[in-house]
Design a protein around this ligand. Structure first.
Ligand SMILES: Cc1ncc(COP(=O)(O)O)c(C=O)c1O
Length: 360
């Protein structure tokens, strides 16, 4: 078996032990005589899987009891529409912080539904810094403020949860969910596509405070209505059964092998520190993100020379460090070092970069 170090921005690596367990249970899940892929989602054996997944998620991520956990589909992108359709129904005003391409997309979608304004934007500095704002600048009658907590493409993240006064906060956590402890009680709603830190593609999770349910616009499709999903325990229709089962295995891995989110955070911070320290000392590569805005999940870097960047990606790929090419809108390189990337993967990558730098 040959496994590469996969630095893909998503879908991305899953823990090897999870893949092996899934393989062992592939054709006969715990004596059921069938694969989880083949099960009715209404069968007792599957109901146990989804129930345990929710309980594990609640305990590992410390989700307050007053929040509903929803297992949905359609990716984080569908939430760009679902969030305004469900929440933009009080004053009809919302504030969006533009910290990268995904928050821009979320903003553009939300504008179709109400009086939606850009509260702050990092476009002027090529998204190398998280835009700052104070609660005083937030329209205090707005229905919510939307942020993207970690910006997958530009490699930035909010250094802390911003203060929005009394206006509810909504966050896209797609590329940082479960990477470190986060006080979820500070948010009215968070959402994430699961394909980076949690599961394969196909599952989207939403944690929403119960008092934000039941406010959706009348035109909201049933499948985008949080109240409908909550009332049917995420089973209004067939849920992404297999992705939910893998999420359960990943949660067990975080709890049992990593030491929960505290252990996960330590490991992730060590990995990021190793890369940033090397990049800051390197004479060939550099990271252009302002220090306080640096992501611990997506580390961007460049030589400043496009053809040299390409040469590096090719050499890295041949050496087993794959998917290091940066996003087409940002250029350069990006190492996505999500939860499942082992520390050796980062240490070996740094050693490879040092060797590349020496021979250049
Ligand atoms: C922060 C963030 N938001 C949204 C998305 C879009 O997610 P999806 O492809 O699940 O719709 C991504 C995907 O990479 C992302 O990184």
């Amino acid at each position: 078996m040959r496994r590469v170090y996969n630095f893909s921005a998503g879908p991305s690596m899953l823990p090897l032990s999870v893949l092996e367990r899934a393989a062992a249970e592939m054709t006969d899940y715990q004596g059921s005589g069938m694969s989880v892929m083949e099960m009715s989602h209404r069968s007792p054996v599957y109901e146990k899987i989804i129930g345990e997944t929710e309980q594990l998620m609640r305990s590992v991520l410390n989700i307050p009891d007053s929040y509903k956990v929803l297992f949905l589909q359609g990716g984080a992108t569908t939430q760009f529409s679902a969030v305004p359709m469900n929440l933009l129904t009080g004053s009809g005003k919302a504030e969006y912080v533009i910290s990268g391409q995904f928050s821009q997309k979320a903003y553009e979608e939300a504008r179709r539904y109400g009086d939606v304004r850009v509260l702050a934007s990092g476009a002027d500095n090529q998204f190398r810094r998280i835009p700052v704002f104070s609660a005083r600048e937030v329209r205090q009658d707005a229905d919510y403020v939307h942020i993207c907590y970690n910006n997958t493409i530009f490699g930035t993240r909010f250094p802390e949860i911003p203060d929005t006064g009394k206006v509810p906060l909504v966050a896209d956590l797609s590329s940082c969910i479960m990477s470190e402890p986060l006080d979820l009680s500070r948010f009215a709603l968070v959402y994430a596509g699961a394909q980076k830190n949690m599961a394969p593609a196909g599952l989207t999770v939403v944690f929403v405070r119960e008092d934000f349910l039941g406010k959706a616009m009348a035109i909201t499709p049933l499948m985008l209505n949080y109240q409908v999903a909550a009332e049917h325990s995420s089973m209004y229709n067939t849920p992404p059964c297999y992705a939910i089962y893998i999420a359960k295995l990943v949660l067990e891995w975080v709890r049992d092998d990593i030491g929960g989110l505290a252990g996960m955070a330590e490991r992730n911070r060590r990995k990021a520190r190793r890369l940033y320290e090397y990049l800051d000392a390197s004479r060939l590569f550099s990271n252009l993100v302002e220090t306080s805005s640096r992501s611990i999940m997506n580390v961007t870097f460049t030589t400043g020379d496009r053809s040299l960047d390409e040469r590096f990606c090719l050499a890295a790929d041949q050496a087993g460090f794959v998917n290091l090419k940066g996003h087409r809108s940002a250029g350069g390189m990006r190492a996505s070092i999500y939860n499942a990337m082992p520390e050796e993967g980062v240490n070996d990558l740094v050693a490879f970069m040092e060797a590349f730098e020496k021979q250049d």
